[in-house]
Design a protein around this ligand. Structure first.
Ligand code: GLY
Length: 422
């Protein structure tokens, strides 16, 4: 089977690695891929936001299964275009992808169907939103409705910060159309957990939980990032709470969509906060988490191709996924300056030495190959993953590998998984 992977980050490299271990996979083609995927198959430069162009590539390269990594092509309707052309693809349709593409749609759905989430008010114009912010107490959370490349959510400690976030959305137009509707949400507190569930629109099968670390610096300090590391399992998530999330959040949301005439086919990512009042949904994503996927897939013993096929074929009710009892820790190695400005094109050394341990996997995120050498090409550069029979071992394996890698300006957090250890 010829597989095409859309996207070029660490999540897509992890998907490629796992899919390549399937007896059903013969070749993998990447659009656009990165320096790590370049050694695994053809990497093709194309605009992944243009569903027609990607479908034309799938047809030309005789692809049997396309797997979409990032959310933007899904919200743009890539799956609808593929389906209309009879091309096999893993991921939700445009309509189903709105649980990530429109936070007001997701909030309304959760409210109507009793999925636990923070209370929010939705505004389509500036003055009522401003008046609401001024009369309520801080802290509060201001969210742009649409996709904003992970930058549209502000936890405002005071009214001034909330008004500034509203200005960015509705006056300055920093997020374009994505900010023309805004949610003002109650601030909630607690540790976060990520759940990835496969659904065919009716049955739902859950992957093992994981937790990511969004802040740039040790101790969960510093600016927010796309994720500086992740680990799985999550010891603070007890089995009862996990099964409550499976039923009251993941299954209920798929059922709610179905009741509204929308079939959710793909992976549904629930980003939850474990509050004193119980788990609450922070957000849904319509694709695999990044870097959570890099900490989850190395624990998957069963075949990923079969699991993805089951979501397309409507056989998730018969799907069983098996997981190793290993612990997995993924450390993100980033460019100097990230999540602010950073340089690219910097040579990376030590990759071979770092991957010599069979308990290490290195997934490339922002790398390219130039003149035969692997160089940096993004903010998050590498995902270094360690496996072990307990957290201490998995962390030790991951950090030993990280220390063998070097490039000018590289930085990483030294405390990934610290919450699991304490
Ligand atoms: N780790 C957060 C995300 O994938 O959106």
């Amino acid at each position: 089977m010829r597989v095409m992977i859309v996207g070029g980050g660490g999540r897509e490299h992890a998907l490629a690695w796992k899919l390549s271990t399937s007896p059903d996979t013969s070749d993998i083609v990447f659009v656009p891929g990165n320096g790590g995927m370049a050694g695994m198959g053809e990497c093709i430069k194309a605009d992944i936001g243009d569903p027609e162009a990607v479908a034309a590539l799938a047809r030309e390269r005789e692809i049997d299964l396309t797997v979409v990594g990032p959310e933007a092509p899904l919200v743009a309707g890539l799956v609808d275009v593929f389906t209309a052309k009879g091309l096999r693809v893993f991921g939700p349709s445009h309509e189903a992808a709105l649980v990530e593409g429109s936070k007001s749609f997701a909030k309304r759905l959760m409210e109507d169907y009793g999925v636990p989430t923070a209370v929010a008010s939705v505004f389509n114009s500036y003055e009522p939103a401003k008046a609401h912010i001024e009369q309520r107490s801080a802290p509060m959370v201001v969210k742009a409705d649409g996709l904003a490349a992970g930058k549209g959510v502000v936890v405002a400690k005071d009214t001034e910060a909330a008004l500034a976030a509203l200005d960015d959305c509705m006056v300055k137009g920093v997020f374009g159309d994505a900010g023309s509707t805004v949610l003002v949400e109650d601030f909630i507190e607690g540790p976060e957990v990520s759940i990835l569930s496969l659904s065919d629109g009716s049955a739902v099968a859950h992957m093992v939980p994981s937790q990511d670390h969004k802040r740039a610096l040790d101790g969960d300090e510093g600016p927010n990032t796309g994720g500086m590391g992740a680990y799985s399992p999550v010891p603070l998530l007890d089995p009862d709470t996990e099964s409550y999330i499976h039923d009251a959040v993941m299954k209920r949301t798929v059922q709610a969509l179905s009741d509204e005439g929308i079939t959710y086919r793909g992976v549904l990512y629930g980003g939850l906060m474990l509050t004193a009042e119980g788990p609450m949904v922070l957000e849904f994503n319509v694709r695999f988490g990044d870097p959570e996927t890099q900490a989850v897939l190395p624990r998957m013993k069963s075949d990923l191709v079969s699991a993805l096929q089951a979501t397309i074929d409507g056989t998730v009710a018969d799907l069983t996924m098996e997981w190793s009892s290993d612990y997995c820790v993924c450390v993100v190695v980033a460019s100097g300056g990230y999540p602010g400005e950073y340089q690219t094109g910097i040579p990376i050394s030590g990759l071979k030495a770092a991957s010599s341990d069979s308990n290490v996997r290195i997934f490339h995120a922002g790398t390219a190959v130039e003149d035969g050498k692997v160089v940096t090409s993004g903010g998050r550069v590498l995902n270094v993953v360690g496996l072990g029979s307990d957290f201490a071992q998995a962390r030790g394996v991951a950090y030993e590998a990280v220390e063998r890698i070097s490039f000018e300006g590289m930085h990483y957090r030294t405390d990934i998984g610290h919450r699991a250890m304490t």
